[in-house]
Write a protein that binds this ligand. Structure first.
Ligand code: ZN
Length: 114
């Protein structure tokens, strides 16, 4: 199994440098170790149009920096439809929330849920 599968072809093309951790490494890390990064969260587009780019710093402040990312992800629900995200990607730079549009600043993206 390949750990760093980007969720779209465009994202794969923008994997400009190695991510600092594997998917499993991110999921097992406490939020306080991830505050420099961003979460790109998307609902099933057939059901809900919500796209959120959440700073990990904010998530750590809200949920507690000691919590592991996998535990926090399992509890995340969309504010619009109430469902968990079908895509969750951690990245080094915030995305533009327009569908499939990724800002040029991102050097890596690691899919956590896809
Ligand atoms: Zn939703």
């Amino acid at each position: 199994m390949i750990a760093n599968i980007a969720w779209s072809h465009e994202a794969e093309q923008r994997q400009l440098s190695a991510a600092p951790r594997t998917k499993e490494g991110f999921l097992g890390a406490p939020l306080r170790e991830l505050i420099a990064y961003w979460l790109d969260l998307r609902c099933d587009p057939a059901r809900c149009t919500k796209v959120v780019c959440m700073p990990m710093r904010l998530l750590a402040a809200k949920r507690g920096g000691q919590l592991r990312l996998d535990a926090v992800l399992a509890r995340l629900r969309c504010g619009q439809c109430g469902e968990p995200p079908v895509h969750a990607v951690i990245t080094d730079s915030p995305i533009d929330v327009a569908p499939n549009d990724i800002m040029d600043g991102a050097k890596w993206r690691v899919a956590l849920v896809s």
